[in-house]
Design a protein around this ligand. Structure first.
Ligand code: NAP
Length: 495
C-alpha cells in the first residue's frame, strides 16, 4: 500500500477539502507508487492563506537572529536526513543519487547561509544633507509569500525561496510540483521540527491550474516566487500584476557551451557531458547547445559521441548509473517530437534519438543521450527549450560568431566558454547576454551563496541565491531622524 500524505494547513496535517487525491509515481519504474497526495483546490488555498496571514504579525515579531537559528536547526535536520531524502527524491523524480544528495546539500547550504544572514540583515546608514539629522534604511518583512516550484530540484529550489522568505519575516503558502510532492512534505516536516511557527508555513498539494492559480490570484498573498517554464511564468506575471503583487520569476533556458580552437578539449568534453546529460538534461541551466570552433569541430564531435554513447543509463538508485529517466511519459513524448523536428529541419542525428528501453528501463521513461550536428542557429532545436538529454551542435568560425550564436535566443540563463586565451575569456564575459557565465566550466554548477537568475525571457530581473534574494523577500524602509529640534527643509534650508 502506498503511503497517504496530507497538506499542512493552519497548523494541521489535513486532506484536501474535496477528498480527492493524486498519485506520485517513480519515473524509473512507473508501477511503483511513491505516495497518494491530496488534490486540493481554491478552498484549501483560502484556508492556507488565512493561516499565513494570522501568523504574520507573530512570526515577524521574532528577532531576525532567532529566526536564523530556527533555519540553522532546519539545516542540521537536513544533514541528519540527507541520505533518506536523497533516496526518496531519486525514486520520486529519477535523477541519480549523487545528484539528489547534491540537491539536499544545496538546501543545507542555503539554510546555513540564512542562519548567518540572520545576524547581518544589513540596512545602510547614510549621511544626511542637513545638520543634526540621521538617515538609515532597514529591512521589513512583506507579508504572505506564495511559493510555486518545479520538480527538477525538489529540495534546492524550495529552500532557495522558503528559507530567505522566513528569515525576512514573511509567512507562506507553498505549492510544490505535482511530480515531486513527497520531497516537499519532508521539507515542511523539517521546518516544523526546527521550530517554525506552524501557521507560518502552509503546504498545499494539487495542480498548477487550480492550487497554483488560486495562490497567484489570492488578494491576501503579497508576493509570488515562481520557478518553472517561461510560458507559465508569463501567465503568473500577468495575473499577479493585476493586484500589483511583487513577483520573482526564474524561468527557462537554452544554454550554450562554446569551445574555442585553443581550448583544453578533454576538459571541455567533461564539461559538456556533465552539462548536457547530467539530470538527464532536465536542468534550467542544462547545456542544450554546443558551439564549436570549426578547427576542432570534427575531432570534438568524434570524442563526444564516443563518450556519450557509453553513458550508463538506468535507475538512479544504482550507484553505477550515470543518467536516470526523464520525469514522465508526456515529457518523453515532447523530447521525441523535438528529435523528429530536428530531423525534418535538416540537422544530422549522430547519437540516440529514441526512447531507451533496455532491460528494466522499459518500466520507466528513459531516453537515449541524443546529439545533433549540422544544426543551424535558427532551427527550433537550437531555439526552444527541450528539457531532455538532447544536444545541438553548431559550427562557427570565430569568437564573435560564437558569441552572436550564443546570444541569439530569447533566453539568457547560463553560458560557458572553454578557451585558454585570457583576452577571449574577458571578451566573452563582457559580451555574452546571460545571467551566469562560466569560464572553463560547464553551464551547470551554481553555488548557493552567489546570485542565480537570467536575462531576457529567463526571468523578470530578480535573482535567487546569495545576498540578492533577501532584497526580493524584504521591503526597504527609509528612516530619517531629525534631532535638531527645529523644522529643517531638505533641498531648501541648506542651499
Ligand atoms: P512548469 O510546468 O512551469 O511548472 C512549475 C510549477 O508551476 C509547478 O508547481 C506547476 O504545477 C505550477 N504551475 C503550472 N501551471 C500553473 C499555473 N497556471 N499557475 C500557477 N502555477 C502553475 O515547469 P516544470 O515543468 O515543473 O519545470 C520545468 C521548467 O522550469 C523548465 O522550463 C525549466 O527551465 C524551468 N526551471 C527554471 C529554473 C530557474 O531557476 N530559472 C530552475 C528550474 C527549472 P504542476 O506541477 O501541478 O503542474
Amino acid at each position: 500500500m502506498a503511503k497517504r500524505y496530507q497538506n499542512f494547513i493552519a497548523g494541521k496535517w489535513v486532506d484536501a477539502k474535496s477528498g480527492e487525491t493524486f498519485e506520485d509515481r517513480n519515473p524509473a519504474n512507473w508501477e511503483e507508487v511513491i505516495g497518494i497526495f491530496p488534490k486540493s483546490g481554491k478552498e484549501d488555498v483560502d484556508e492556507a492563506v488565512a493561516a499565513a496571514r494570522r501568523a504574520f504579525p507573530k512570526w515577524k515579531a521574532i528577532p531576525v537572529p532567532e529566526r536564523g537559528e530556527i533555519l540553522k536547526r532546519a539545516g542540521d535536520l537536513l544533514v541528519a536526513r540527507k541520505e533518506e531524502i536523497a533516496r526518496l527524491m531519486t525514486r520520486e523524480m529519477g535523477k541519480i543519487l549523487a545528484e539528489t544528495r547534491g540537491d539536499v546539500q544545496e538546501g543545507i547550504d542555503t539554510a546555513y547561509y540564512a542562519f548567518g544572514e540572520g545576524r547581518r540583515f544589513f540596512g545602510h546608514t547614510v549621511p544626511s544633507e542637513l545638520p543634526n539629522k540621521f538617515n538609515m534604511t532597514m529591512r521589513m518583512p512583506i507579508g504572505v509569500a506564495g511559493i510555486i516550484t518545479p520538480w527538477n530540484f525538489p529540495m534546492a529550489i524550495p529552500s532557495w525561496k522558503i528559507f530567505p522568505a522566513l528569515l525576512c519575516g514573511n509567512t507562506l503558502v507553498f505549492k510544490p510540483a505535482s511530480d515531486t510532492p513527497a520531497t516537499a512534505n519532508a521539507l515542511v516536516e523539517i521546518l516544523l521540527e526546527a521550530g517554525v511557527m506552524p501557521e507560518a508555513i502552509n503546504l498545499v498539494h494539487g495542480s498548477g491550474a487550480s492550487v497554483g492559480m488560486a495562490i497567484v490570484r489570492h488578494p491576501d498573498v503579497d508576493l509570488i516566487s515562481f520557478t518553472g517554464s517561461s510560458a507559465v511564468g508569463k501567465v503568473i506575471n500577468a495575473e499577479a500584476g493585476k493586484d500589483l503583487k511583487r513577483v520573482s520569476l526564474e524561468l527557462g533556458g537554452k544554454n550554450a557551451q562554446i569551445v574555442m580552437d585553443d581550448a583544453d578539449l578533454e576538459l571541455a568534453l567533461e564539461g559538456v557531458l556533465w552539462g548536457a546529460f547530467g539530470t538527464t538534461g532536465q536542468r534550467c541551466t542544462a547545456t542544450s547547445r554546443l558551439i564549436l570552433h570549426e578547427k576542432i569541430h570534427d575531432q570534438f564531435v568524434e570524442m563526444l559521441v564516443d563518450r556519450a554513447s557509453k553513458i550508463r543509463i538506468g535507475n538512479g538508485l544504482d550507484e553505477n548509473v550515470q543518467m536516470g529517466p526523464v520525469i514522465n511519459q508526456a515529457q518523453r513524448e515532447i523530447i521525441h517530437q523535438y528529435v523528429r523536428i530536428g530531423q525534418e529541419e535538416g540537422a544530422k542525428l549522430v547519437l540516440g534519438g529514441h526512447p531507451y528501453e533496455e532491460g528494466e528501463c522499459k518500466k520507466g521513461w528513459f531516453y537515449a543521450p541524443t546529439i545533433f550536428v549540422d544544426v543551424k542557429p535558427s532551427m527550433r532545436i537550437a531555439q526552444e527549450e527541450i528539457f531532455g538529454p538532447v544536444l545541438s551542435v553548431i559550427k562557427v568560425s570565430s569568437l564573435e560568431e560564437a558569441i552572436a550564436v550564443l546570444n541569439g535566443t530569447r533566453y539568457g540563463l547560463s553560458s560557458s566558454i572553454y578557451t585558454q586565451d585570457v583576452n577571449a575569456a574577458y571578451r566573452a564575459i563582457r559580451d555574452i547576454e546571460a545571467g551566469i557565465t562560466y569560464i572553463n566550466g560547464p553551464t551547470i554548477g551554481a553555488e548557493c551563496h552567489m546570485p542565480f537568475g537570467g536575462v531576457k525571457e529567463t526571468g523578470n530581473g530578480h535573482r535567487e541565491g546569495g545576498w540578492t534574494v533577501y532584497d526580493f523577500f524584504s521591503e526597504i524602509k527609509t528612516v530619517y531622524v531629525d534631532f535638531s529640534g527645529r523644522l529643517q527643509r531638505a533641498q531648501i534650508d541648506n542651499r
